[in-house]
Ligand binder design. Structure first.
Ligand code: ISE
Length: 345
């Protein structure tokens, strides 16, 4: 058990992501302790809670209101994100919400409005690439300005494989949303227009599902970019960016690991999924979030980033349906998000 100096965290959802966040809090973050978990699946929740003697709730809102919980991680299914984050705001509790912030632009806007009314940032969205060493090194290099300003952004995001049950829109809301955040973060301008095209390479998903999508975009400052979001790469999980700048190109390095020369080939292992590829990023994300809870100075992606990424995703869905380029709705951030903002808004 922990000591009173530790931040008492409650985790909502004990599936893949929630279970991982709970494990990280228990093993990697000295200044936090797992105080509670909430899940409708009590057996699964009890297993996660066992090690630290955390309380188990079936009612997530009751957990948020519990006075023994100081900060909340939301890792339950996407449609529950916005209502739970709103409950956290109502109770003035800091919350790290998995992406997407909401399952619709309107629901995300409600979060932004509620936080703006509170006048204090309590929401962080789980865009973990902002903590990935390869991405951070690339971003810091771009930010030095030594290679000039960004001109073209290129991103790629490949999952090894996926079970049937998803559609082309899911690919945008659930996977491409990371790439949208990445582009906004690197370029520090809003995306103004998007054009999505794609193909099916995995008939098991249904011929109409575009498991490979390419979005081309332009930004308010006249920069351009493209992102390949590919949920069935047939070879492994990979994420990277290349930013073409005025006087050079900055890209993410391959994650650490050995090169093996064998059978007339030199090869490097590619991870199966995001848990192992981004383990370091998740740990750093939670550590820095806990630090920000203690200091009261938020870092990482805020509710505005969560909302803005959904507005862009909405335009991508419109483009998917129309087969043409689509304009992104104009964004007008409340003062809370325009002061000291990382993205030029
Ligand atoms: C998944 O939900 C994630 O958040 C992963 O980070 C992402 O790479 C994957 O494509 C999503 O489906």
């Amino acid at each position: 058990m922990g000591n009173s100096e530790q931040i008492a965290v409650g985790v909502i959802g004990t599936g893949g992501m929630g279970g991982m966040h709970a494990e990280v809090i228990q093993t990697e973050v000295a200044s936090a302790r797992l105080a509670a978990v909430a899940d409708l699946d009590t057996e699964r929740a009890e297993k996660v809670a066992e090690k630290s003697g955390a309380s188990v709730f079936t009612d997530s809102e009751e957990m948020i209101r519990d006075e023994n919980v100081e900060a909340v991680v939301v890792a339950s299914p996407d449609p529950t994100h916005a209502p739970l984050v709103l409950e956290c705001l109502k109770n003035k509790k800091p919350v790290l919400c998995e992406k997407p912030l909401a399952d619709s632009v309107d629901a995300a806007l409600k979060v932004v409005e509620a936080e703006a009314e509170l006048g204090r940032k309590l929401v962080q969205v789980g865009f973990m690439r902002r903590y990935d060493p390869q991405h951070v090194a690339a971003k810091e290099t771009v930010d030095t300005g030594s290679v000039g300003a960004p001109v073209v952004f290129k991103g790629w995001h490949r999952n090894a494989d996926l079970d049937p049950g998803i559609d082309s829109e899911w690919v945008i809301i659930n996977a491409m949303i990371h790439d949208i955040d990445s582009a906004r973060w690197f370029i520090e301008e809003e995306i103004e227009e998007v054009y999505v095209r794609g193909k099916n390479t995995a008939p098991k998903l249904g011929e109409a599902v575009w498991d490979v999508q390419l979005v081309q975009f332009s930004t308010t400052g006249g920069r351009v970019g493209s992102v390949e979001t590919n949920v069935v790469s047939h070879y492994g999980y990979e994420v990277g960016v290349e930013v073409v700048c005025e006087r050079g190109i900055v890209g993410t390095a391959l994650p650490a690991g050995a090169i093996v020369r064998q059978d007339h080939a030199a090869s490097k292992r590619i991870t199966e999924g995001w848990y192992d590829r981004f383990r370091t990023a998740y740990v750093t994300e939670v550590r820095e979030w806990i630090e920000s809870v203690s200091t009261g100075t938020p870092t990482g992606s805020d509710a505005w980033d969560g909302y803005a990424s959904l507005v862009v995703a909405d335009a991508c869905i419109a483009s998917l349906r129309s087969g043409s380029p689509e304009k992104v709705a104009k964004l007008d951030p409340p003062a809370l998000y325009s002061e000291n903002a990382e993205v030029a808004k």
